[in-house]
Design a protein around this ligand. Structure first.
Ligand code: ATR
Length: 261
């Protein structure tokens, strides 16, 4: 996706995968300076641990305590997090605004954090974080309750089965890893949601995830993690190159790469 974008814009960049062992992270960050790399993306398990090795951070990276994009500005390493903004951009692309809406987030890990921060900044009215380990959802509420005007609440997994729980939900997001391997999703009162409630799974599979399959079967609109992947990548492209990303080229290339074989 990135290489196709560089080619389309005739930019002399190349994007390569590098496997870094956790114990080598500091050396890998130093190598960005030594080799004068334009920047890097960072993924599991380095997103949180890389923070302390960087020189400056964006507000989002600071708020999430995690970095997915590093930009090398003449040897000064700037860490940003485009996951949350990518999520918002994907919603915007779909014509959905989180402003003044009620939203349910399932999960309380690193991806929830990025999505939560972006939705608060997007002016959501109320966000309920549902998690197997309730204490983790409550900790997120404590951390971010003063970030904006959004009302934050924590709830346990069994609440997902209560029809009344979804009364005002405009968006329900799966931020857990449940369904990644095609396993059944948790019990959810899907049919209690309004017909326009959007179901978004941060996961993606060649077929629909079990979460989205159930939403789709009762004709609810759905989105999956490919859209977030595309938009976080487009934002990273712009950070590195200072140019708008060729979104269509990236989208087509991503679709080809993820096509079932
Ligand atoms: P990420 O960084 O992608 O968000 P993570 O931090 O490992 O990943 O978080 C995984 C999330 O999936 C957590 O909210 C986890 O719930 P717990 O906090 O209770 O561990 C959730 N999760 C994983 N497997 C689950 C399962 N079988 N049932 C319910 N929730 C699950």
């Amino acid at each position: 996706m990135q290489n196709a974008a560089f080619r389309a814009c005739k930019l002399p960049y190349v994007y390569v995968p590098l496997l870094v062992h956790p114990s080598d992270l500091a050396k890998a960050v130093q190598a960005i300076r030594v080799y004068n790399l334009a920047g890097v993306n960072v993924t599991v398990p380095h997103k949180e641990r890389i923070v302390r090795h960087l020189d400056t951070l964006s507000e989002e990276a600071e708020l999430c305590g995690a970095v997915n994009t590093v930009v090398n500005r003449d040897g000064v390493l700037f860490g940003d997090n485009t996951d949350g903004r990518g999520f918002l951009a994907s919603l915007q692309h779909r014509g959905f605004s989180p402003h003044q809406r009620d939203i349910v987030l399932i999960g309380a890990g690193g991806s929830t954090r990025a999505v939560l921060v972006s939705l608060i900044r997007g002016g959501s009215q109320r966000i309920t974080i549902v998690n197997r380990t309730l204490a983790k959802a409550q900790a997120l509420v404590r951390t971010y309750r003063t970030l904006g005007q959004t009302r934050l609440e924590a709830a346990s997994l069994d609440r997902l089965q209560e029809p009344a729980f979804f009364q005002n939900a405009a968006l329900v997001v799966n931020c857990t890893s449940v369904g990644l391997h095609g396993e059944p999703f948790l019990p959810v009162a899907f049919a209690a949601t309004s017909p326009r409630c959007l179901f978004y799974d941060l996961l993606y599979r060649p077929d629909l995830t079990t979460f989205l399959r159930q939403a789709h079967s009762i004709r609810r609109p759905t989105m999956d993690g490919r859209q977030m992947l595309l938009h976080q990548g487009a934002l990273a492209f712009s950070l590195w190159t200072g140019q708008p990303a060729p979104l269509q080229v990236m989208s087509r290339t991503l679709a080809r790469a993820l096509r079932p074989t």
